[in-house]
Design a protein around this ligand. Sequence first.
Ligand code: ATP
Ligand code: MG
Length: 398
Amino acid sequence: MAVTPEDSGADLELVGITKRFPGFTAIENLNLTIPAGSFFALLGPSGCGKTTTLRLVAGLETPTAGRILIGGKDVTDTKPHQRPVNTVFQSYALFPHMTVLRNVAFGLYRRGIANPLGLAHEALRLVELDHLAGRRPAQLSGGQQQRVALARAIVNKPALLLLDEPLGALDLKLRRQMQLELKTIQDEVGLTFLHVTHDQEEAMTMADTVAVMNKGRIEQMGAPEELYELPRTAFVANFLGQSNLFTGPVVASGADSIVVDVAGAKIEVPRERAQRHTGVVTIGVRPEKLSLLVEEPAAASGVNVLGPGVVTDVSFSGVSTQYLVEMPGIGTVTVFAQNMVFGPVVNRGAEVWVSWTVDHGFGLADDEEPEPRFAPDDDTRSIAVKRREALEAELDEA
Ligand SMILES: Nc1ncnc2c1ncn2[C@@H]1O[C@H](COP(=O)(O)OP(=O)(O)OP(=O)(O)O)[C@@H](O)[C@H]1O
Ligand SMILES: [Mg+2]
């Protein structure tokens, strides 16, 4: 599709956005800048406020406080159709009485754009559905309807495209294929994409920037690799992939690293990768960074070791095998080992040690919520906080 300057993406800025529904705060003081032309993913669990954020940007909800700017222009008080925004909703909302082609061309007709049917065919080719242009939505599968909804939004070349779980109805293979295609489409048309998903792999594959949202707040934002390799909170460490988290007091603090006592083992974490350097802290390491050893390794600098523990579960998942290791005084440690040999490296019941390079560890900020804002639950952050409180109480007694 040809892109003219006024078609290219626009910056989106959310400044101090709060959204309160009667008796419920869905978004709290959200500040966010999405640069023009970027592919931005908002990632978070069900109910964290993703759709609400998109509806605010689209103008379908009014913020309780704060301003919304698109391309530097304050649109907070403008109507949805006055905003240079198109949305692909979680439910695709196609017109049932129109053909696929008419559905896609609809917005172009309404705005009096030349050659609406030609442009609609072009958009349908992008989502590989042009051969079904003559069908009605009811004659399509859910995944096909979702792709029509996508074509219908892209064809308008909005400065800002909002995508609310646009691939939710697709099977895994088609989903992966569409992820790559969407990314190509975004590169080609140069629009700003705000993509909402609860699928962490999807967010990491597609976006240049990922914001992890939890209970109406953004916990951490950055490039996918950065978020994955250096999560700052227990929530991010576990929502974006899996993590092994350990809690203990800092017992030594050097220029380059801190040492944390984890159930008697001295675990070193690079200072610059730890958010806190004193007191009781929670540290972590990703399961694929761990090596499984059947003999106690000789102490070596730059390497952390935990063990011995007992393998309680071995599960094969194709590319890797997951081992669960019960470590006395610590709990369960998860190890992902790439399948380089046929069959498991160790079996259930085996005595093992785990080790990892110091540089792969991270230390969490793990700040406590001043008071529970929502109904208490057992998410990873509150578990980490509880663990820390219990340890602090123990230390006070000692
Ligand atoms: N009109 C409303 N009135 C009251 N509460 C609402 C309203 N709309 C949404 N909420 C609440 O706000 C919270 C955020 O909802 P939202 O739809 O933004 O979640 P989401 O992150 O999109 O979740 P999902 O992944 O399940 O789509 C939810 O707890 C929801 O119940
Ligand atoms: Mg939603």
